[in-house]
Write a protein that binds this ligand. Structure first.
Ligand SMILES: *Cc1c(COP(=O)(O)O)cnc(C)c1O
Length: 397
């Protein structure tokens, strides 16, 4: 197997070439190593590999060449020393949180996070004696007030699902560092191209690769990126012994997704920006929240930490649930689905789907109303999308 040397490539080049391992056959495209194990030429070689005296793969629960290519390509893009790929985004979030904490420790998390992430912090972690505090992450003072002597971890998502509110990542990172804690950022909504958590001072970046990285609705996947020391100390044994490993076939899908990630994200962001502007001028719409528009409630933080806008839009429609449902049902091209970051434009009604299990009170606190919709812009021709949306808006009246 040969691998590329570390080079000073720009992201688009890294995403096509970084991390590639070529076998003796010289295959052009990345090979899918659908194998659970590896054979050793001799018993001595097996012993040496298990002792760690000789490099090489041992078992695909530990590492696999196709999965390693995906990890190394993501490291190049993120500027991270090391990474571990997982079977889903939630496996990545769960591992990043649980491996950093033990009974008696305290985690502070933004309350505006993906529903399952919130469940890990609010419900699962306390079951194991980990204290948890949820804060309104928009104001750094709330993070400061939540700190306890045993605070070991901060967790946030920015922009957040589905309200697209943002958190000042550099400010929370510097608070974490100042008390010897770590900050984990779920960077799914921004994508690694539009926001670089590690450069902003975060210690760990996590992704659901299911979203923009695959981007074509084919498979689940996730990844955790950080410094090598933290991964060796916190994740290495957890991965070996609990097995949240990514399938080599899915890793291959994700590698192929990475090749086109920059052009997809750029086009989807252009489409989203056009659609956000269109929606903002419509009488049926109460409010549009779009990172990249000057009227985003935290436009100053958006411009400080994000390179581009977003592929996602939060729409508050007038007329509550009835209008939101009528709008979704009248859409022809845009599909009703709770995935996001896909080539297909998708819409979802958080109050009755993704955030159904959040209490009414918590939903209100998060700004998720009966008329709130999350729109994920796809790769269709934007004029067709605008026509579809225009027609569906008329159906809400
Ligand atoms: C989808 C998503 C997840 C979970 O990822 P899966 O791949 O579905 O397990 C976590 N965080 C955010 C922000 C997400 O959008």
């Amino acid at each position: 197997m040969t691998t590329d040397k570390k080079r000073n490539w720009k992201p688009a080049t890294q995403l096509v070439h970084s991390g590639t391992l070529r076998s003796q056959f010289g295959e052009m495209s990345e090979a899918i190593f659908l194998t659970q194990g590896y054979v050793y030429p001799t018993a001595e070689a097996a012993e040496a590999r298990f002792k760690g005296e000789e490099p090489g793969f041992i078992y695909s629960r530990y590492a696999n060449p196709t999965v390693s290519m995906f990890e190394q390509r993501m490291c190049a893009l993120e500027g991270a020393e090391d990474a571990r790929a997982t079977a889903s985004g939630m496996a990545a979030v769960a591992a990043a949180i649980l491996c950093s904490l033990k009974a008696g420790d305290h985690i502070v998390a933004a309350r505006a996070v993906f529903g399952s992430c919130r469940w890990i912090v609010e419900t699962l972690a306390p079951n194991y004696g980990i204290e948890a505090t949820l804060v309104d992450g928009r104001d750094i003072a709330n993070w400061e007030k939540a700190v306890r002597p045993n605070t070991k971890l901060f967790f946030l998502e920015s922009p957040a699902n589905p309200t697209l509110e943002v958190v000042d990542i550099a400010a929370v990172a510097s608070l974490a560092t100042s008390i010897g804690a770590r900050l984990v950022v779920d960077n799914v909504f921004a994508t690694p191209l539009q926001q670089r958590p590690l450069e902003l001072g975060a210690h760990v970046a996590v992704y659901s690769a299911t979203k923009h990285i695959d981007g074509q609705g084919r498979c689940l996947g996730g990844i955790i990126l950080s410094d090598k020391e933290w991964i060796d100390e916190n994740l290495h044994n957890y991965f070996r012994h609990t097995g949240p490993s990514l399938s080599p076939f899915n890793a291959w899908n994700l590698l192929k997704g990475l090749e086109t990630l920059p052009i997809r994200v750029a086009q989807q962001t252009r489409n989203a920006a056009r659609i956000a502007d269109f929606l903002a001028g419509r009488p049926e719409v109460e409010q549009v929240i779009y990172p990249g528009r000057a009227d985003h409630p935290q436009a100053d933080i958006v411009s400080k930490q994000m390179k581009g806008g977003s592929t996602l839009i939060c729409i508050h429609l007038k007329g509550g649930k009835q209008a939101a449902f009528a709008f979704q049902n009248a859409l022809d091209i845009v599909l009703i689905s709770n995935n996001l970051g896909d080539a297909k434009s998708l819409i979802t009604h958080p109050a009755t789907t993704t955030h159904k299990n959040v209490s009414d009170e918590a939903r209100a606190e998060l700004g998720i109303g009966a008329g709130t919709l999350r729109f994920s812009a796809g790769l269709e021709d934007v004029d067709d999308l605008l026509e579809d949306i225009d027609r569906a808006l008329a159906a809400t009246r």
